[in-house]
Design a binder for this molecule. Structure first.
Ligand SMILES: [Zn+2]
Ligand SMILES: [Zn+2]
Length: 131
């Protein structure tokens, strides 16, 4: 659904969804930076070598569909990882240390992101099977 009315100039900049389509989100603002996290927790949660994230203002991130399909897991104190409880897609994570930000899983983007990943985190646990 497209925004309309007097605030229509504030167009949605990014949209995304989970694998099954139950959860849809929008980032209604800029992405400040992107990263690849190679920590072992992100590896487990994504089932992958690293997790790519786009960092946005939490106030700009809106679940537009499927809020009730979101499950949450606190992998560390203050850290909330959200995922679709139907299909398991990772949606993003937040931390109380930076409560005004959210890291959104870039694999769930439906709209293109033209930038490059700007930094790597926890490269010390990068698996040996990645060249
Ligand atoms: Zn899903
Ligand atoms: Zn991580």
């Amino acid at each position: 659904m497209r925004p309309s009315g007097r605030f229509s100039f504030m167009s949605t900049e990014y949209r995304g969804s989970c694998l099954c389509g139950a959860v849809h989100w929008e980032i209604r603002g800029p992405i400040a930076r992107t990263s690849r996290c190679w920590c072992t927790m992100c590896q487990k949660q994504h089932g992958a070598a690293y997790a790519p994230y786009a960092n946005a203002a939490r106030a700009d991130f809106v679940i537009t569909q499927g809020e009730d399909a979101l499950a949450h897991y606190a992998s560390s104190p203050g850290v909330d990882r959200s995922f679709c409880k139907v299909c398991g897609s990772n949606i993003g994570w937040t931390t109380t240390e930076a409560a005004d930000r959210i890291a959104v899983a870039m694999g769930t983007f439906d709209t293109p992101y033209e930038g490059l990943v700007t930094r790597d985190l926890h490269l010390d646990t990068k698996p040996a099977w990645i060249p």
